[in-house]
Design a protein around this ligand. Structure first.
Ligand code: IMP
Ligand code: MG
Length: 198
């Protein structure tokens, strides 16, 4: 059977690989500057701990850390949200951090903040572990969909409308994460999926 290329399923490109790379460089410089100039609160002066939220943050984190001229460590957490559960935004930890974050400076790296529920829950989990500081860096912010107010210190791109985006880590049904750009899927892809799930 012939396999279709991924890009054929994209309606339009919103953010090109070049735009992503340029923005990541600027974010990296901002982060390095801030942590050199007072954002670091660890009483023991340990390196910044960058925490990537799996799986969407992987490409972004990989590029971002190489743009941050600071000593740093990185770790990962994987959570799953109960979309159909009783309390919205409740998340279950699938993979926890390897080490303690007590009195560490933590920078959470997310793919996208949409309603804010996932991040809100992650922040509660983190704060309960008494880090020295917590900041958040997201590749994409979709403020129009926000249900919970969450602090986001670093934003790659703000998407002003309510569109579903894929690529550069962002998925639709686990696919499209490996696209080098951020784009919008063709309408028929969603429709096909809806028919298949009936
Ligand atoms: P929130 O809890 O509503 O902020 O949603 C966060 C999660 O929803 C993200 O980590 C994504 O997995 C998913 N999500 C929300 N909007 C999009 C999108 O436009 N494209 C891909 N995933 C999305
Ligand atoms: Mg995600």
């Amino acid at each position: 059977m012939a396999v279709k290329g991924l890009k054929e399923e994209i309606e339009r490109v919103l953010i090109t690989p070049e735009e992503i790379a340029a923005r990541v460089r600027v974010l990296g410089q901002e982060i390095a500057r801030d942590y050199r100039n007072g954002a670091a609160k660890d009483p023991y002066g340990r390196p910044l701990l960058v925490v990537g939220i799996l799986k969407g943050a992987i490409p972004f984190l990989a590029d971002l850390i190489r743009a941050v001229d600071l000593p740093l460590e990185y770790d990962f957490m994987s959570v799953s949200s109960y979309r159909n559960g009783t309390s919205p935004g409740e998340v279950r930890i699938i993979k926890d951090l390897d080490r303690s974050i007590s009195q560490r400076d933590v920078l959470i790296v997310e793919d996208i903040v949409d309603t804010g529920n996932t991040l809100d829950h992650i922040l509660r989990l983190f704060r309960a572990r008494a880090p020295a500081s917590v900041r958040v860096c997201t590749l994409i912010d979709k403020p129009v969909r926000r249900e919970v107010e969450v602090p986001v210190h670093y934003v790659g791109f703000t998407i002003p409308e309510n569109v579903f985006v894929v690529g550069y880590g962002l998925d639709y049904a686990e696919l499209y994460r490996n696209l080098p750009f951020i784009g919008v899927l063709k309408r028929e892809i969603y429709e096909e999926a809806r028919v298949a799930n009936r």
